[in-house]
Design a protein around this ligand. Sequence first.
Ligand code: PMP
Length: 464
Amino acid sequence: MSKPTNPSMQQVWQQDRDHYIHPWTDFSTFKETGSMVLADSDNVHVVDGDGKRYLDGIGGLWCVNIGYGNEEMAEAIAEQVRKIPYYSCFGHHTTVPAAQLAAKLAELAPGNLNHVFYGCGGSVANDTAVRMIHFYFNQLGKKSKKQIISRIDGYHGSTYMAMSITGVKFDHIGFDIEEKLVHHISCPNPYRRPAGLSVEAFCDQKVQELEDKILELGPDNVAAFFAEPIMGAGGVIVPPEGYHKRTLDVCRKYGVLYVSDEVVTAFGRLGHMFASNDEFDFVPDIITCAKGLTSGYLPLGATIISDDIYEVISKPQADGAIFTHGFTYSGHPVSCAAGLKNIEIMERMHLCDHVRDMGAYFENQLKTLLDLPIVGDVRGRKFMMCIENVANKETKELIAPEAKVGNRIADHCQQRGLIVRPLAHMNVLSPPLTLTKEHIDFLVATLRESIEATISDLHRDSFL
Ligand code: PMP
């Protein structure tokens, strides 16, 4: 399916197929089809090994926020490489971009979240949060406060701890997870709420469930609640109005720290630098972020913590402990230079304003697809959207998983020059933030054609 015709790219395809263990890939189908080779890019488009252009509806992986091929970004990265490509920040050394970016993030982050720890991505940002939280409570003498609560369908990463906090069932098949520390409560998905229950009553139940879980485990044993403002990989689930503020209140009541996983939602995807405060009106204790922080140009993640937590973990400890945590590439100067330039570009281009303006158009245009017989729900906000495909729109019954409806739609889109992400029976859209009205019109028209073609295929194959 994806093998290029161009001979030099065919060699790349072969090398990849024979030697590269891809992340999150079904090896059986991979061995048959290999990979689509991506060789070039420009703004909202990527180009395959044969020179065919695609509008990238998923921004790489929810991350290429300023768009591809930004020359200014390339220059900033090259300039930092020439100046000083690396230095360790362990102990008392730093580099100019690492310090400047930390100050910039402190300025942009809500409330008193003024202190930044760097890693290489979102999983590590969440693992770091857990280690900090454990260290924090130990220093406060609350040594039993260790357990973590998160949600079914929440996604928090792929390291052992972050994957344990993740609540996507499929991701745990074939693996063990840390069961002593992590507990999942149900997902606040309004589309799947019980028939006859109002969204408000559904929200009450979900908030109560958090409180019940804390009480069941014992408030003295619960350290933190991890939640994405909008669940991404779990199907772009926007919780009911007030959910975040109310769950934060529950956390406050029992001395549980609230970690807002903004790996996807920060840096413009919802039209703000951070979504917790500006989109959902709450200030957590910790924000974790990555992806859009550098627009994916280089790997970087950050765990941003409050003054209160920082004060505790940074003061001289009675037992002589220091926060022994960090990575060779914590605060990598080239990644931090990319982060600084990325924010500068976003601010100068007013990309958050653009997303707030264009987001409404994107949402409304995507909602026109609801007239198609398998489109059960179009949800999300601004540049973080999802289409849920179903067999029956009344009962919300799913199409048989073997039909792989999300993949079929994605394949039809790809043939027509558009990349969308299949996620089980859903398709996700998280395009570069530079997307214009013309791009949106192309994207929605192509999706419509592709869903219609998929419906024909599903009838042909007796899945509908
Ligand atoms: N948290 C969220 C909300 C994510 O979407 C992701 C990645 N998709 C992660 C954490 C993990 O980030 P990374 O893949 O950079 O480790």
